[in-house]
Ligand binder design. Structure first.
Ligand code: SF4
Length: 221
């Protein structure tokens, strides 16, 4: 944070038209979890997206038409994955694992047949990273309290639903990793683990971690 303020790169992160289009879909997802317009259909979904697009989308870009078409394609996938629903029931479920108390969020959730289903909806592509603790937490949240539950990750770009299907050994290993994270947090250790896909979108834009030794003289020169 201090790096960012000192070097003055706070504004370095600028979303391109592709990221802005995905951001518009994410805003729509958020809106759908907050309002309940009822099952109003695909056309109303498009109209709600258009309002967001005109406020936040790259509508002035030279290739705006293509990005708008991409937005509609993502909406097609969303509409299919929701089976025509235009509202979602988000969930925030407390999970107690690895010595931590965490609040796990899901964009969509429902219960039926004695089980809870939690869905995380991603606008991007790619399957579930079963080495990450995120999907494991979603599954644990689905099973919290109820005992039985399913977790799914929807990828709108791929128009696919990935079931979080972790075998008990893998689930135990992810809980163990969570416990290690908890220990690091308690010790105040937050090592930066830069990733090619995360750092370009981070407000610190690659500049983070330990500060160099020495005195800081502001306004010098
Ligand atoms: S490692 Fe990358 S994503 Fe993490 S704080 Fe640093 S710049 Fe941001």
């Amino acid at each position: 944070m201090l790096h960012t303020a000192m070097i003055g790169i706070g504004a370095a992160r600028q979303n391109g038209p592709f990221a802005m289009t995905h951001d518009c879909v994410r805003r729509l997802l958020k809106q759908m979890t907050e309002d309940d317009p009822g099952d109003t259909g695909r056309a109303e979904l498009e109209a709600a997206f258009e309002a967001i697009w005109l406020e936040h989308g790259p509508w002035e870009h030279g290739y705006a038409e293509h990005y708008r078409a991409l937005g509609s394609k993502l909406l097609d996938s969303l509409h299919r994955q929701l089976n025509g629903r235009t509202s979602m029931s988000s969930a925030a479920i407390p999970v107690h694992q690895g010595g931590l108390e965490l609040l796990v969020h899901a964009e969509d959730s429902w219960s039926g047949g004695g089980e809870r289903v939690l869905r995380r909806i991603r606008t991007g592509s790619g399957g579930m990273d079963d080495m990450s603790v995120g999907p494991a937490l979603l599954l644990l949240a689905a099973q919290e309290g109820a005992g039985t539950g399913r977790a799914e990750v929807v990828s709108l770009t791929d128009d696919a639903v990935h079931s979080v299907d972790l075998k008990p050994t893998k689930l135990r290993n992810r809980v163990k990793t969570l416990g290690e994270f908890g220990e690091q947090i308690r010790q105040g250790s937050f090592p930066a683990t830069g990733k090619a896909e995360d750092c370009p979108r981070c407000p610190h834009w690659f500049a983070c971690g330990r500060l160099p030794r020495g005195d800081l003289a502001l306004g010098a020169g």
